[in-house]
Design a protein around this ligand. Structure first.
Ligand code: G3P
Ligand code: CA
Length: 317
C-alpha cells in the first residue's frame, strides 16, 4: 500500500509567507511530496498563487498610494469582501507588490520575510517544481486548487482552461503525473472531469458556508462524488472530531471507510504545529487517511517516518 502523501500547504507556510517561491522551495527542501498552490487570476488572465481574490491581507497593496483607488467591495462566493482584488490588477502591476505574512501575530518569525517576495505565477511554480525534481532526482508533485472558480468565470477569467494548459506545457497533463487538482466547487471539478484524466479532489469543509458541504461526505454523497473526483480533501475534524471543550480527538467517523468503499482517496487539511502534535498526526494515519496537508512539512514527514517505523504514540482520545 502506498505511503500517505505529505502536501505542503501553501508551501512551507509555517516558516515563510504563504504562496511564495521561497515557501515552495523550502517545502521541497524539507522533503514534501507535493506543493499546494491556491490559484486565482489576474485581470489579464494569468494564474497566480493567492489564497483568495482579495490581496490586502497577504501583500503590501494597502500601503501603495498608486493603488489606493482600487480599494473596493465585491461579492465573492456570496460574501461581501472589502479590499483590493487580484482581478483588478494586471500581472505587471501585481508583480510590483510584495508579499507579507498573513498571520504575523501567530507567526512573527515569518514576518521577518515581509517585503522580500513577489506573487508567483503558476508557471513559475511549475518551473520551480520541474527544476527541483530534476536537481533532487525525485518527482515532486503539484496540488493546485481552483479558488472561487464561479467568481472568476463570471468575470470571463475562468481558471480551469489555463490551469490545464499550463500543466500540459510542463508535461504534467497525463493521468500518471504527480498532480492532484482540487476545488470546493463541484462544478469546477465536473468541468475538469470532462477534459482531463488527472486525479481530481473534492474539497469539503466542516464549518462555514460555502465550504461546508457535509452532504458530500455521507456514504451516499461520497458515491456521488466518485462520479467526478478521485479523492476527497476534507477538513480534519470530519475524520477525527475534536471535543469542543477539552480539544482532545474523538473516535474516527465513518468517512475514511465510506470514501474508500466508494473508491476515493482521503486527504485531510490542515496539520499545524500550533494545533497538532506528532501523536495527533499519527492518529490520522491510524484512521487510514491517504494524505495530509501541512504547514510544517518536516513535522508531518517526521510523524510519517516514525509511524512507518512502528513508533506509534497514540493521541489522547
Ligand atoms: O486545499 C486544502 C485546504 O487548503 C483548503 O482550504 O481554504 O486553506 O485553501 P484553504
Ligand atoms: Ca487550498
Amino acid at each position: 500500500m502506498r505511503e500517505p502523501i505529505v502536501i505542503a500547504h501553501r508551501g512551507a507556510s509555517g516558516y515563510r509567507p504563504e504562496h511564495t517561491l521561497a515557501s515552495y522551495r523550502l517545502a521541497i527542501a524539507l522533503g514534501a511530496d507535493y506543493v499546494e498552490p491556491d490559484l486565482v487570476s489576474t485581470r489579464d488572465g494569468v494564474l497566480v498563487a493567492r489564497h483568495e481574490a482579495e490581496i490586502g491581507r497577504t501583500t503590501d497593496v494597502a500601503r501603495r498610494a498608486e493603488f489606493a483607488g482600487r480599494l473596493t467591495t465585491k461579492e465573492v462566493d456570496g460574501r461581501a469582501a472589502t479590499g483590493w482584488f487580484v482581478d483588478d490588477f494586471t500581472l505587471a502591476e501585481l508583480k510590483t507588490l510584495r508579499v507579507v505574512e498573513r498571520l504575523p501575530a501567530l507567526r512573527p518569525r515569518n514576518a521577518r520575510w515581509d517585503g522580500r517576495y513577489d506573487v508567483p505565477t503558476f508557471e513559475e511554480i511549475l518551473g520551480l517544481v520541474a527544476a527541483e525534481s530534476e536537481r533532487l532526482g525525485r518527482p515532486i508533485g503539484v496540488y493546485p486548487e481552483t479558488k472561487h472558480p464561479a467568481y472568476f468565470a463570471e468575470l470571463g477569467l475562468g481558471l480551469e482552461e489555463p490551469l490545464l494548459e499550463a500543466l500540459a506545457r510542463h508535461g504534467s497533463g497525463g493521468p500518471d503525473a504527480p498532480v492532484f487538482v482540487q476545488s470546493f466547487d463541484p462544478v469546477s471539478l465536473q468541468w475538469l472531469r470532462s477534459r482531463t484524466g488527472l486525479p481530481l479532489v473534492q474539497l469539503v469543509g466542516a464549518t462555514g458556508l460555502p465550504h461546508d458541504q457535509r452532504d458530500l461526505v455521507t456514504s451516499t454523497g461520497l458515491r456521488r462524488v466518485a462520479a467526478w473526483a478521485d479523492a476527497v480533501g476534507v477538513e480534519k475534524d470530519l475524520v477525527l472530531p475534536r471535543h469542543p471543550t477539552t480539544g482532545t480527538l474523538g473516535d474516527p467517523t465513518d468517512l475514511v471507510a465510506d470514501a474508500h468503499a466508494a473508491g476515493l482517496l482521503v486527504h485531510v487539511w490542515t496539520m499545524r504545529d500550533e494545533h497538532d502534535s506528532v501523536e495527533e498526526t499519527q492518529a490520522f494515519l491510524d484512521a487510514g487517511v491517504d494524505g495530509l496537508f501541512t504547514d510544517q512539512p518536516d513535522t508531518t514527514l517526521e510523524a510519517r517516518r516514525r509511524y512507518a517505523s512502528g513508533i506509534r504514540i497514540h493521541a489522547a482520545m
